[in-house]
Ligand binder design. Sequence first.
Ligand SMILES: [Zn+2]
Ligand SMILES: [Zn+2]
Length: 213
Amino acid sequence: MCFVRKWVTLGFMKKKKKKNKPAEKVLKCICCKNEVYGSEVEEMKKIKIPYGANYTIKVDNDFLKTYKNSILNDKNFQWACDSCLASKRAIKGNPANQTYCDYSPYLAYFDRDFECESCESTFVFAKKEQKFWYEELKFWVQSMPKHCKSCRKEIRKEKQYHKRIAELNEKQGSLKIDELSELAVIYDHFGNEQKRNKYLNLVKKKSLEKKPT
Ligand SMILES: [Zn+2]
Ligand SMILES: [Zn+2]
């Protein structure tokens, strides 16, 4: 009797266990790459994704699992499990503040490595910087940094130099001595020896010029 009962119970438990086996760890966290249960992504499920004027996409396991087939492009799809958020390895995104259309908004941000197109070094696109780009600067979600920080700085400097050259070119003939030296410095930076020397000579000439009385 006792044995039978035990068997029945065990059999029943076994069966029940099999039947109510918790959902498989079918989700793979994009941040930590760990397999997680659907119950471990609760934070993501609180996110609302506005899509179109009156439509909101609901984030659930299926969405996280099958985003590839969703109306959103998965190319840069980012989400993170609850433990990644708790450990601050990832921070939560707010699609309502992002600019997106054909690509998926960011549900989470975490540090990502990129290769600089100029110097080929690896640089980190930090999570906080990403949030700043997409939620404050309102860059399109598909825009990615192409250059490392120092190359970006250099590019910005060059742009400023070009702008300055254009500005000073408009004043050709009436350039002051400090503006002539400025052009010499800029052309020196660009490695244009001919122009650098031209402006250096002009600086020299100008400094020797007698002031008209
Ligand atoms: Zn994770
Ligand atoms: Zn670089």
